[in-house]
Design a protein around this ligand. Sequence first.
Ligand code: TYD
Ligand code: MG
Length: 458
Amino acid sequence: MAKTKSAYFCQNCGYESAKWMGKCPSCNEWNTFIEEVLDRTPSKVPAWKSASALQRQNKPTRVDEIRTIREERITTGDQELDRVLGGGLVPGSVILIGGEPGIGKSTLMLQLALTIQAKKVLYVSGEESEQQIRMRAERITSSAVTDCYILTETLTQNIFKQIEPLAPQLVIVDSIQTLHSSHVDATPGSVSQVRECAAELLRFAKETDTPVFLIGHITKDGAIAGPKILEHMVDTVLQFEGDRHHVYRILRSVKNRFGAAAEMGIYAMHGNGLRQVTNPSEILLLQREDNLSGIAIAATLEGARPMLIETQALVSAAAYGTPQRSANGFDTKRMNMLLAVLEKRCGFRLSSRDVFLNIAGGIKVEDPAIDLAIVVAIISSHEDIAVPAKTCFAAEVGLSGEIRAVNRVEQRISEAEKLGFEKIFISSYNLKGILRDKYKIEIVAVGKIEDVFSALFG
Ligand code: TYD
Ligand code: MG
């Protein structure tokens, strides 16, 4: 009888241990270890023809002697997705797409499966029935459906059995947490199952040059549920995020072996699927005639794409003893830091005030260049003076109240000018190399927060 071997895995990060532990030494989480039975008896036939890996023996090759194949990319027909992937799909790459439940991962992937041109696609679903997928497909596209096949199956060995005769050119798996392999005796979604299934799909992708998309669930704190190791195994990790109550969704690349990370794509969720948003600035700026206090526009850059976003602040007297601080789309810790800077360096009494922040469109911005707009919005609300129209901001704010330089400021200035802004505030450290005469927009260079306020509010 084959000996069964078991080990304990941290369900949070995938750390493996021979014995149970209360606290994971790797990620410091408590009570995350679960025993999983491993079956590593080598006699079993490996899943995706991996016997060839044993027969094939690679020799070391000098790097300049390696034959280079020009990297060809498959365009997906979705401009936003292509950009996030770094210019299209790379054959044989494995892409993990994570996101909270209900954000639209299945919709995005099904839409890709239905619209990609001249490619045979297999959509493997362990979550929904064929009828459900068909209904969704009808909702998304009106045109005749292309070469898209749906398979509802969760055992990887069976999936590969179906893949062989079908020979799809793109495989989508929804989701990796529902799959299981007969090589591992653990429940679907557990660390060893997820790892084994991902490894089998990875082998399949590399050996057949077929790109594979894996949908992955996300835990409360934003990590891909189950093992963190999944992120190390795949080539690209994309994150699909947004506020479920807003229409906008952001696809962000967190890791990309074939392109720049920090690229982003924007979609809008409609009744008939996701629409690409090719000109984000125009929607993120709410068009308003009258000037209200507490609003400032930030010229941000996400990946390579400039984007002007409205930031809103509401400062009011705290109704109860402890003032409330809450931010939507902005890091609360960073907001507290900016409030402290305003209090200590500029003498604004904010410690007894409630402060609420909001970024238009329910979008989360990571670019630090949004700082100055946030600070201006807070003071504008505090003093109840509106920021002059057609003015925007692009700078980071430091702990001593200094206005710090941001990257690619020219790109931000050009975008602001294109959208009809007349004035942009940047850091004086950003001035070097900028030809002010080139722009119609007025460039105001500032070094300290006080300079900004005196220029704005007098
Ligand atoms: P879904 O793709 O199932 O999310 P996930 O796979 O990430 O869990 O998206 C579900 C949500 O999207 C659901 O709340 C309904 C909404 N939706 C639309 O608004 N329009 C559509 O055309 C579709 C298909 C879904
Ligand atoms: Mg889904």
